[in-house]
Design a protein around this ligand. Structure first.
Ligand code: SAH
Ligand code: SF4
Ligand code: F3S
Length: 478
């Protein structure tokens, strides 16, 4: 890992490449208008996100490029002329989800031969998957990897012009896709990548293999992007990275995540700042104190623990133990007593015994999480854990998983209820399915349904949290 060469080009070369890609967008636009004229209707594109927030942010780039090239966006893939699946491969069920949907898309394409189907994202960085698609999914027209996102305009133009299959997969990132147009899902909130890749190599995890080595963006570029977003009406920003707490370590001029966070707090117009994900091994006291003294930083920390057993944590290569995690929770709550804590937990890691599992259950009880994402361990080809002995039988894993869910539910319901009756600021995000209601979130990330209308979307309003309904609140504007 230490001597792995990050093949990132110089800033000047990055600029030149970005210009080149923007020119391709102009060329696609000409093609699109020609095709549209012949068809007598506009061309529709559809981008489907399968993965995490970073995957979603990449999808916003894909949508931005489609929009600048003259496509109209649709969320219904059956209506689209161009469909891109932005895949995830963190667990096997993510892969299966993609294969299932591809089967459906194939039947749609049979009736619409002109349809173009593309696959990108993390699954495409796995050789055996690309081989399978190459051989058995001949209706897929375009395949590109996570490191090729910057050249999507060029690839798109090639598919349109050459009318034959295009496959481009790189092993590392030469150019970042920063200067490409973006089409945000929400007008009022946005993710901002602060780093790419991951260097942690948790033994169960495929991400370092499919996303490559950790690269931090320069603070100046991040701040400029936040300022631009603020000028464009964004109120809430989520700083994104697989392990934001190690931000800055690969930069020539050293800077910590805490320092970056404090800089982002100074951007006028941004009222709420979130970040994802924090790794417990790198969570610093400095970060806790920056959070505590900056009210713009949301009182919410997503801190994946993965397991409550020291033995399992060690085999997972997580570089912390149960005691360290509990100590972090203590410090966070000491500095911000009402902070909301959420986590990720894996059940059935190889060699997990009943005793190890009981350690996880007792940790959940001891910490008291606001919510927890619980996952059944999924064997990922190429990771060290896939080769470990003592893979836990399915029936035992499922039984443990159900017990964990029950424990999480007890803890979450208790935690969620703690704000009942209080007035808190809610950022209204969308209309509720029920007429006369809108839905938003408090800084602590809890969902609130309240009386209101569309005009409130994107605004931060004080709301009385009238009743807690387990995992969400019913509120009234205060
Ligand atoms: N970088 C983040 C997590 C990214 S993946 C972090 O380190 O916290 C999101 C979550 O998926 C992980 O926290 C983990 O709980 C889960 N996960 C990752 N690989 C998995 C696997 N092979 N099986 C089951 N869950 C997994
Ligand atoms: Fe995966 Fe660990 Fe990196 Fe998170 S920190 S992405 S779990 S290797
Ligand atoms: Fe999935 Fe890739 Fe994110 S594997 S979780 S989409 S980084």
């Amino acid at each position: 890992m230490g001597n792995y060469k990050i093949d990132l080009r110089s800033e000047e070369e990055q600029k030149v490449e970005a210009e080149r890609q923007l020119q391709y967008i102009d060329e696609i636009r000409e093609q699109v208008s020609e095709i549209s004229e012949n068809l007598g209707r506009p061309l529709y594109s559809c981008v489907v996100t399968f993965g995490c927030q970073m995957n979603a942010r990449d999808s916003e780039k894909l949508r931005g490029i489609f929009a600048s090239a003259g496509f109209l966006d649709t969320s219904n893939e059956d209506d689209a002329d161009f469909v891109i699946y932005n895949t995830c491969t963190v667990r096997d069920n993510a892969d299966q989800h993609v294969y299932g949907r591809l089967g459906h898309l194939n039947s749609v394409k049979r009736k619409k031969p002109g349809m173009v189907i593309g696959l990108c994202g993390c699954m495409m960085q796995e050789k055996h998957i690309v081989e399978k698609i190459r051989k058995s999914y001949s209706f897929v027209d375009l395949i590109f990897g996570t490191h090729n996102l910057y050249e999507f305009p060029e690839l798109l133009l090639r598919v349109i012009r050459e009318k034959k299959r295009v496959i481009e997969i790189m092993e590392a990132t030469p150019y970042l896709p920063e200067s490409l147009p973006t089409e945000r899902k929400y007008a009022f909130k946005s993710g901002v990548n602060i780093m790419y890749g991951c260097n942690n190599f948790c033994t169960y995890c495929i991400v370092p293999y499919v996303r490559g080595r950790e690269i931090s963006r320069k603070p100046i570029d991040i701040i400029r992007e936040c300022e631009k977003l603020a000028a464009d009406g964004v109120r809430e920003i989520m700083l994104l990275g697989q392990n934001v707490n190690s931000y800055g370590k690969t930069l020539d001029e050293k800077i910590s995540f805490a320092e970056l966070l404090e800089m982002v707090c100074r951007v006028d117009g941004i009222d709420r700042i979130r970040f994802m994900t924090s790794h417990p091994k790198d969570l610093s006291d400095e970060l806790i104190s920056v959070m505590a003294r900056n009210p713009k930083v949301c009182r919410h920390m997503h801190l994946p623990v993965q397991s409550g057993s020291d033995r399992i944590l060690k085999n997972m290569n997580r570089h912390y133990d149960r005691e360290h995690y509990i100590e972090l929770v203590r410090k966070l709550r000491e500095a911000m007593p009402d902070i909301s804590l959420t986590t990720d937990i894996i059940v059935g890691f190889p060699g997990e015994t009943e005793e190890d599992f009981l350690d996880t259950l007792s940790l959940v009880r001891e910490v008291g999480f606001d919510s927890a994402f619980t996952f059944i361990y999924s064997k990922r080809t190429g990771t060290p854990a896939a080769k470990m002995e003592n893979q836990v039988p399915d029936d035992i894993v499922h039984e443990r998983f159900d017990r964990l869910l029950a424990e999480v539910k007890v803890s979450a319901e208790k935690m969620c209820a703690r704000f009942e009756g209080q007035v808190m600021d809610v950022l209204v995000e969308e209309k509720n399915k029920q007429p006369g209601l809108v839905t938003g979130r408090i800084g602590h990330n809890l969902v609130v349904h309240l009386t209101g209308d569309e005009s409130m979307i994107g605004k931060i309003v004080p709301v009385r949290l009238v009743a807690c309904k387990g995992f969400y609140y019913i509120g009234e504007p205060a």
